[in-house]
Design a binder for this molecule. Structure first.
Ligand code: 9MR
Ligand code: 9MR
Length: 593
């Protein structure tokens, strides 16, 4: 690690808790989250005593809430930054405690204030809030950056200054000399066979490429396009393909789809679980690695994820490239056949492979999702009945639980589906989940549906996937409360949370500086690459043993450390940025102007 950065990051991590000694917390390894009540009272008080607000801002007609510590004044005002004049006043809501943070707070609602400009919130007795804007294009730059982050994580290509600016870098990981690992050996491809599987996105802060996590990530981006094509057709991301006829978002997604296609064994349709080093690289740039790469074990989860994504991609790319679309559908169908013949091959991490596992023994959700997408794309009813829809619930999606994605796609296509599809059931599934989230939002002192148990590794993606599901409810029936609750969750990741961080690098006033992202750490540039969503508070603090500094608090919603060491709260990942893309684009496109 770069020494200057090490010094700075320790200093920065310690600054807010100067009275708390910096020392090793001692590892809790892979133990389940342990939530203790012994949080330092000084850190709680400091973190709680500020107004929490979305630090980027709001669309003029959006719901607009801030969280104010109780114990200050009863009213709030908005101050125009330019003129330092008061432009709006309101009364704070009742005080209530948000358990995940232990904070007693009051809500400030200024939704009726719609004038574009830059503002701060003022409450007597405490500091003004961070500044934020109200603007008609407020989420466009954020959405562009959240997609551009995928470009910055491209494997197998140099990032040129014309597209990457100061973050230009040489190509890393050509992945043209990938060995078949013993766990993936087959008669046609014995151990040591060399295959090519270039391109794709690095998964996260590491340089490996995992099919399971590519599944939900690629899908969420494809869904963003499929649901809001006009919005994305108007977008220019300044990527190498920006001048071609494909919308830029589809160009970016294609970079990963091309890699995914190479992860299918053409001899039998099965899909390798991941393309990986044996161990995680150190904090080096992509071109400084050079270790042997392997494809590891074909499995049912990877193969079903692949089938689902290729079925979606086949219909999304059809208007642009009929041949590519046909190739994707054939790939999806042969993957499905392999998974039918091999219904329960769960991933078992080989002992010599130490990188991310993405192991998942529950395969019913992947099967339902793949079946739903194949039904939508082909119209073949056997896929719908085979999905066994009455047995499949809608849940907030994550890499390990994708059944909600089946309902998202069925709901989007409901009017074009054949009679076998139960439209009432489809609508019920989405609204039942959205209503549960809405009830949690209404009951929350912080006005977010996030519960104690949601503060897992990558909790910010839980928030945004909750928002994505609320948005499906809104798209079905136009209930503006769903839109408001989704807005609240974007507000949460952009600063209306107990840590005071806007969790997207470069977007907000106080943003992560030391994400667990190898290029950002190793490039010698102080600012991290912009547009990446940090994983966020993680009650389990599973990296504490690797961190030279303490977490500021043991409370779930405050278990966040802006430090390179904190891979469990401050890494970035494609499956966390993808719902940020979906939600920021959807709110920009759906909120009335
Ligand atoms: O850097 C690794 C990160 O990308 C992974 O997400 C994480 C969890 O699998 O692991 C990180 O590697 C750490 C390893 O697991 C334990 N020793 C410290 C490594 C980070 O410096
Ligand atoms: O997001 C994953 C999380 O659910 C797991 O608990 C964690 C430990 O296995 O791994 C996370 O995924 C990491 C992956 O294993 C390796 N690349 C970085 C991912 C994000 O940290």
């Amino acid at each position: 690690m770069n020494l200057r950065k090490l010094y700075l990051s320790i200093l920065m991590a310690c600054l807010p808790w100067l009275l708390v000694a910096c020392g090793s917390k001692g590892g809790d390894g892979d133990q389940p989250p342990q939530i203790s009540s012994s949080a330092s009272s000084s850190s709680v008080a400091t973190a709680s005593a500020t107004i929490k607000v979305n630090q980027l801002g709001f669309l003029p007609l959006a719901q607009k809430l801030a969280v104010v510590p109780s114990g200050a004044g009863d009213s709030f005002s908005l101050i125009a930054v330019d003129s330092d004049t008061e432009v709006f006043t309101g009364t704070l809501g009742d005080a209530a405690t948000w358990a995940p943070a232990g904070d007693n707070v009051r809500l400030a609602d200024f939704s009726s204030f719609t004038t574009p400009g830059e503002y701060r919130m003022r409450v007597a007795g405490i500091a003004d809030s961070n500044r934020f804007r109200i603007a008609e294009d407020i989420y466009q730059a954020l959405n562009n950056a959240a997609i551009k982050a995928f470009y910055f994580n491209r494997a197998s290509t140099a990032l040129l200054e014309a597209h990457a600016g100061i973050y230009a870098r040489p190509a890393g990981h050509p992945d043209t000399n990938v060995q078949v690992h013993v766990s993936a050996a087959s008669p046609q491809r014995p151990e040591g066979t060399v295959i090519q599987a270039p391109k794709g996105w690095y998964d996260a802060g590491d340089y490996n490429k995992y099919i399971v996590n590519s599944g939900i990530s690629t899908y969420s981006l494809l869904a963003a396009y499929e649901h809001f094509p006009a919005y994305y057709q108007g977008q220019n991301l300044n990527i190498p393909e920006s001048d071609n006829t494909l919308p830029d978002l589809l160009d970016e997604i294609l970079w990963n789809l091309e890699w995914m296609l190479d992860m299918q064994d053409p001899n039998d349709g099965g899909v390798y679980h991941k393309l990986t080093d044996k161990e995680f690289d150190g904090a080096v740039m992509p071109h400084e690695t050079g270790t042997q790469r392997y494809v590891v074990q074909k499995g049912t989860s990877a193969t079903l994820n692949f089938a689902a994504v290729m079925a979606v991609a086949s219909r999304v790319y059809a208007p642009f490239d009929a041949q590519l679309s046909a190739e994707m559908l054939a790939a999806a169908e042969s993957a499905w056949e392999w998974a039918q013949a091999n219904p329960a091959i769960t991933y078992v991490q080989p002992t010599d492979i130490k990188t991310g596992a993405y192991g998942d023994a529950t395969l019913t959700d992947e099967r339902a999702w793949a079946a739903a997408e194949l039904y939508i794309t082909t119209g073949e009813e056997a896929y719908y009945t085979g999905m066994n829809p009455t047995q499949v619930q809608a849940t907030v999606p994550s890499w390990g639980d994708v059944c909600g994605l089946a309902w998202v796609s069925l709901a989007h296509h409901r009017n074009a589906l054949s009679e076998v599809a139960d439209k009432t059931l489809i609508t019920q599934r989405i609204t039942a989940l959205a209503d549960t989230l809405l009830a949690d939002w209404e009951a929350s002192a912080y006005a977010v549906p996030m519960q104690q148990q949601n503060f897992v590794w990558g909790s910010n993606s839980v928030a945004l996937n909750q928002a994505m599901m609320l948005l499906q409810g809104y798209r079905l029936n136009g209930n503006s409360d769903y839109l408001g609750a989704a807005q609240s969750l974007l507000d949460y990741v952009l600063g209306r949370n107990p840590t005071d961080f806007s969790f997207v690098t470069g977007y907000g006033v106080k943003t992560p500086q030391y994400i667990h992202h190898r290029p950002s750490e190793a490039d010698g540039i102080a600012a991290p690459i912009p547009g990446f969503l940090a994983g966020g508070p993680h009650a389990g603090q599973q990296d504490a043993g690797d961190c030279p500094v303490n977490y500021p608090s043991d409370l779930p919603a405050k278990s966040y450390l802006d430090h390179w060491c904190s891979y469990a709260s401050n890494e970035i990942a494609i499956n966390w940025n993808a719902p940020l893309v979906y939600v920021s684009g959807a709110l920009q496109a759906l909120t009335e102007q």
